[in-house]
Design a protein around this ligand. Structure first.
Ligand code: ZN
Length: 225
């Protein structure tokens, strides 16, 4: 049986023997980087984030990249391969996107709030990828963080067509309806499809007294319906 100290020692030896691998492609990580290899780092550096008017209730949304590109690969690494370190990579891309697309935005010090998960998905996965990204983003950018929103049993968004999603948005509410809300919010979501989830998430914040809600998303899903 290993003591803690000897287990740590073995762990250190192991990490010396096996160089860290890129979360996306598995090649050895770049010098000085733990999570990405050189070519994948280059790909993150060529992303061109955009800022646009948000869907209903959301003033603006910054989108870091597309689902077909490295942004989507990071989402899939986190969601389906359950590499939690990918949340940190995602947060660094979101920080870069906000800084490039909306540099004045952070003066307002918005409270970072993750779009709440589908309860069934959360139960099956045991973690919420969007929450992991939002926590990492708030830490990186020294912004206040709050998990203020909950999803009520309503229609699931994944796997539904665009028209159906827009017609039957998810039902989102404040986790603590009586709480006094901050003024400005930054909603975080991993994938932007129709914007129905962002609109549903902004609504209880605005009803609760927030003056402005913006959003940031890692990847836009092009024609996934
Ligand atoms: Zn790579």
């Amino acid at each position: 049986m290993l003591t803690d100290a000897s287990a740590r020692g073995l762990g250190a030896l192991f990490s010396l023997a096996v160089p860290p691998a890129c979360l996306i492609c598995g090649r050895p990580s770049a010098q000085g980087h733990r999570d990405l290899c050189g070519p994948c780092l280059v790909r993150t550096g060529t992303l061109e984030p955009v800022i646009e008017a948000g869907p209903g209730g959301v003033s603006s949304v910054v989108v870091a990249g597309t689902y077909e590109g490295i942004s989507g690969e990071i989402v899939k690494t986190l969601k389906f391969r359950r590499h939690l370190a990918a949340a940190g990579v995602a947060a660094s891309l979101l920080e870069r996107a906000i800084t490039l697309a909306s540099p004045g935005f952070l003066r307002e010090r918005p409270t970072v709030v993750p779009v709440p998960p589908d309860p069934l998905r959360w139960f099956i996965r045991g973690f919420d990828p969007t929450e992991e990204i939002a926590i990492a983003l708030a830490e990186r950018m020294s912004l206040p963080y709050s998990r203020l929103l909950v999803r009520r049993q309503g229609p699931r968004q994944t796997g539904r067509g665009r028209a159906d999603r827009l017609a039957r948005p998810p039902v989102v509410a404040l986790a603590e309806p009586e709480a006094t809300l901050p003024n400005r919010f930054l909603l975080v979501d991993d994938v932007l499809t129709t914007g129905a989830t962002l609109t549903a998430s902004a609504a209880p914040l605005l009803r609760g007294g927030a003056s402005r809600v913006d959003a940031v998303c890692l990847a836009r899903a092009g024609n996934r319906g």
